[in-house]
Design a protein around this ligand. Structure first.
Ligand code: AOF
Ligand code: ZN
Length: 367
């Protein structure tokens, strides 16, 4: 087999961690000796062993003289776990092929350097774009301090999200909603607004029964991770009686000032500065990055969605389009106040279009 085939296998292993490793990246490792795979591993959860350690354990003595394929540069720092490059050196690996360098400033080339200083044949860059795609959130946070933001929208064929009365359950199909569950489950946080909480009283959770069998096979119901629910609530309108407050997992209320109420465990009020009488969304995203949020999945109303788009905080748009017409009294997809000229209209390119159940799912990248 070729280097590409082994790296493709390492990428496949890495992807198994996509629901669980946050704030750590997804990493896979394959160890090959004399054309035979002798070790395989992937990073499963932050705080637990890295991919290389799992693969080395499986390989045992057979790691001596072998080649290790890793989807990310082996770490060189003492974090929650000891450095992987030391483990690879101690095991006597003779060649390391990494798909890309780790932009984490604690690593940033030092892992590869240390390996090559130990006499190991080192290279990087094989299948780099695939490795980049695997960790868009982690990589953006490490490089810029900001999380990677996906904005989810659901609309009718004529771009309406609800009837004039507000009635909106359900415009998209159950299959589309299951798809949303899977994408929520991959995110570090779900972002919404107090307007949505007050209007719909959503729980904003991942529900085991709504995950498909493929997703369930990578997870365990009893340890199902809930993305952190982050609510933009500048006027302190969310109360302890709202449904999301008592759901499993954490809720962060992003507020100008905290109130003095007693909140259940798992609820944190976080101060965010104001900008033009609204919470400063750029400052808020930076704060989420500081708190190790790699990726943010936004499910909000037209106001927050429009504001995020106008400030340029959206990295990817996911739109579910239902084959229904709601008419021109229905509510619009996003508010873009002040937009007058076509030249100023936010525009996108399609990166994926597919049918999910009876709906279409459009994936778009802002231009
Ligand atoms: C690797 N292999 O499988 C992973 C790596 O706190 P720790 O010890 O888990 O370290 C986390 C950092 O290690 C993380 O930010 C990233 O730079 C790197 N992750 N490195 O060699 C792995 N998950
Ligand atoms: Zn490591």
């Amino acid at each position: 087999m070729t280097d590409e085939r082994y790296m493709a296998r390492a990428l496949e292993l890495a992807r198994r961690g996509r629901f669980t490793t946050t704030p750590n990246p997804n990493v896979g490792c394959v160890i090959v000796r004399d054309g035979e795979i002798v070790g395989e591993g992937w990073h499963q959860r932050a705080g637990e062993p890295h991919a290389e350690v799992h693969a080395l354990r499986m390989a045992g003595d057979r790691a001596r003289g072998a080649t290790a394929y890793v989807t990310l540069e082996p770490c060189s720092h003492h974090g929650r776990t000891p450095p992987c490059c030391d483990a690879l050196i101690a095991a006597g690996v003779s060649r390391v092929v990494a798909a890309m360098q780790d932009p984490n400033p604690q690593v940033a080339g030092r892992g590869l350097h240390r390996l090559s200083q130990a006499g190991i044949d080192v290279s990087h860059g094989l299948m780099m774009s695939e490795a980049e795609a695997l960790n868009r959130g982690f990589l953006k946070r490490m490089r810029t301090g900001f999380p990677w933001v996906q904005l989810k929208l659901g609309a009718s064929l004529d771009g309406r999200t609800a009837m004039a009365s507000g009635e909106s359950q359900w415009i998209t199909s159950a299959a589309a909603r299951r798809d949303v569950q899977r994408l929520r489950a991959q995110s570090s946080a779900i972002l919404s607004s107090s307007a949505t909480v007050l209007a719909d009283d959503p729980s904003l959770t991942v529900r085991w029964s709504e995950l498909n069998a493929d997703t369930q096979s990578l997870l365990d119901e009893s340890t199902l991770r809930q993305p952190i629910r982050v609510i933009v609530d500048s006027q302190n309108r969310v109360t302890p009686h709202h449904k999301l407050i008592t759901q499993p997992g954490e809720t962060w209320l992003m507020r100008q000032t905290a109130d003095q109420q007693t909140w259940p465990e798992g609820v944190t009020q976080i101060g965010v500065p104001l900008r033009e009488q609204q919470l400063d969304l750029v400052a808020m995203m930076m704060l989420l990055g500081k708190r190790q949020i790699n990726s943010v999945w936004v499910e909000a109303g037209a106001s927050l969605a429009g504001a995020l788009l106008q400030i340029g905080l959206v990295d990817e748009l996911i739109v579910y389009v239902a084959p229904k017409l709601l008419g021109d009294e229905g509510r619009g997809l996003c508010q873009l106040p002040g937009l007058q000229q076509l030249a100023d209209a936010p525009s996108f390119s399609f990166s994926d279009v597919r049918q999910v159940g009876t709906d279409l799912r459009l994936t778009l990248t802002p231009q």
